[in-house]
Design a protein around this ligand. Structure first.
Ligand code: FSO
Ligand code: SF4
Length: 548
């Protein structure tokens, strides 16, 4: 195995024996093989589309295959093997689709090779050794470090973007342009050789593409559940039976809420599900009582102490402790060997039974609330007031402190940064990194809360919309706004967002806790020269540099 797709990669360079995340070498190799076959599918699907035909099963599968390989999604060898076998069938379907349409138009189909035609081994051991031949490490041997790193930057971005596209397609939002994009990028990545210019150009093109994916998911979420609105959310448990839902999928939560109605079970959000509590069509359920716990990396302690059932709807799952292995469930693409999985029928009865068999919370904890729900609609509704406050010098600067959390001690930077931001500045936040400071008191500036939680990581889209609207209102470029982005990254969704921000030309972003291992020094130097992208240093130094 060789995996360096996330921030916690071993020694900051690559997991080679076993994933720091808990991913086995076998699963890592199978994931790389799945990506390889998926490139083959897209080589055909891309060409078929150019001739006017497409197929929903092929389109959806490619998105799912990419998402399955995102950090902390699928740790199950059996499921990975099944996915590869299905990929083989889908590839044959895509090939037929392309060859048939070409023939019908009197065109000789291209004779494709590589990922399009290689034969898969008959048994799992054979698949694993095939996977070993297509790891990022073997790519680096062929293409060289810089080129392979740029290839992987795009590939990892695609994986993150696929997570968003999958959430959107689950809610019925499907876009031909977006499926076409996934196939086109994978087809590009299936090539044998590249130039640095081509790869850099594609990375920027991908950044623009991902904006459309985030826009699609924003539309899917808001069309289905309304626009998030400022909502006071309870963050301490109340007496009664309980289910906690983690991950990112709004529809899973909705379905679970419907199935638990009248059952005397309280439902809590965890991690990136917190923003769900602000959507009108989700918060309407009285038994969705609040948020439990904090960010993903604390789940082993928090789930251990949770006296009910646990449902994981997407990443980030960690190895379950024995103490809760029989009351944690996965659904969708997330999988852990031996953990019970709720299939596509979304019958959550086993989760409900497990919750009823547990004691639940025996008493109310002391009340504590936080306010969430400051996505684009809400923030833009007070834009005039915010603009006025900026003009009157009441708001000096905006900080977007957003991104993922993780286990490394260096992540304290973000808490320290948030608490050191001067009182005349606003803080926008999103994704799971905010748990380090979202329960602290930040106060307000003439009624506008100083800490505005915009939502999940994909709500970076909201932040971009707000930044553009503010820039328009002031008649200036986004980079001239008194706005600084302080980003934390962990997995591939952060990579696609970063590429979108780079594509928009956002300058002077600070990124931490460490820089991605796949961004080689030459690429870092390029981004730093052209966009002033820099690693975080200390909160005090960075604040001083920003505010002058
Ligand atoms: Fe966090 Fe995990 Fe949402 Fe990521 S829960 S780390 S960026 O999955 O996607 O923010
Ligand atoms: Fe290592 Fe991250 Fe890959 Fe897991 S996802 S194997 S921790 S680099």
């Amino acid at each position: 195995m060789f995996c360096y797709q996330c921030e916690q990669t071993a020694q900051g360079s690559g997991c080679t024996n076993f994933g720091v995340c808990g991913k086995s070498p076998e699963v890592a190799d199978l994931q790389d093989l799945l990506i390889h076959v998926t490139k083959g599918i897209s080589m055909y699907a891309h060409r078929a589309r150019a001739l006017g035909v497409s197929d929903q099963e092929i389109d959806s599968f490619v998105v799912e295959a990419l998402f399955t390989t995102v950090t902390n999604v699928n740790f199950d060898e059996e499921r990975m093997e099944q996915m590869i076998r299905r990929a083989e069938i889908i590839r044959a379907k895509a090939r037929k689709l392309y060859e048939d349409v070409a023939m019908s138009k009197g065109i000789t189909p291209e004779n494709l090779s590589g990922p399009a035609t290689f034969e898969l081994a008959k048994d799992k051991a054979g698949l694993i050794s095939q996977g070993e031949q297509v790891t990022p490490e073997s790519r680096a041997k062929k293409l060289g470090d810089v080129m392979a790193g740029l290839h992987d930057l795009i590939l990892f971005g695609l994986k993150g973007s696929a997570a968003y596209a999958d959430h959107a397609q689950i809610l019925g939002k499907k876009s031909d342009e977006i499926y076409a994009g996934f196939h086109a990028f994978l087809d590009f990545l299936s090539r044998e050789s590249f130039t640095e210019e081509e790869l850099l150009g594609k990375a920027i093109e991908f950044g623009h593409f991902n904006l459309k994916v985030m826009e699609l998911l924003d539309a899917a979420n808001t069309d289905a559940y309304g626009h998030p609105e400022p909502t006071k959310v309870r963050v301490t448990p109340i007496r009664g039976k309980a289910i906690v839902v983690s991950g990112h999928d709004l529809r899973d939560l909705d379905l679970l809420l419907k199935q638990t109605e009248g059952k005397g079970i309280n439902v809590y959000t965890h991690g990136e599900m917190l923003p769900c509590l602000a959507y009108p069509e989700l918060k309407k359920y009285p038994h969705l009582v609040g948020n439990y716990g904090s960010a993903w990396q604390n789940q082993r302690t928090e789930f251990d102490e949770f006296p009910g059932a646990i449902l994981m709807t997407t990443n980030c799952i960690q190895k379950p402790k024995d103490s809760y292995k029989d009351r944690i469930f996965t659904t969708g693409l997330v999988a852990w060997p031996g953990v019970r999985h709720i299939g596509p029928d979304k019958d959550f009865s086993p989760v409900i039974e497990a919750a009823l068999a547990q004691p639940g919370f025996t008493e109310d904890a002391p009340e504590k609330y936080i306010t969430i729900g400051f996505a684009r609609n809400t923030v833009l509704s007070v834009a005039d007031k915010v603009i006025d406050l900026v003009k009157r010098g009441k708001i000096r600067h905006f900080f977007l402190i957003g991104g993922c959390d993780g286990a490394k001690p260096g992540r304290n930077y973000y808490t320290e940064f948030a608490t050191s931001v001067p009182k005349d500045c606003l803080i926008l936040t999103l994704a799971c990194g905010k748990y380090r400071f979202n329960k602290l008191e930040f106060g307000d500036i003439e009624g506008i809360p100083r800490l505005l939680d915009m939502g999940q990581c994909n709500d970076a889209y909201s932040a971009i919309v707000v930044a553009k609207a503010l820039a328009d209102a002031f008649g200036i470029d986004v980079n001239s706004l008194p706005l600084s982005l302080i980003l934390s990254w962990y997995e591939q969704k952060a990579v696609c967002i970063l590429l979108s921000l780079i594509a928009l030309g956002i300058k002077n972003m600070r990124l931490g806790p460490t820089l991605p291992a796949f961004l080689k020094p030459k690429v870092v130097a390029f981004l730093s020269e052209n966009l002033g992208l820099k690693p975080i240093t200390t909160p005090q130094e960075d604040l001083k540099a920003i505010l002058g």
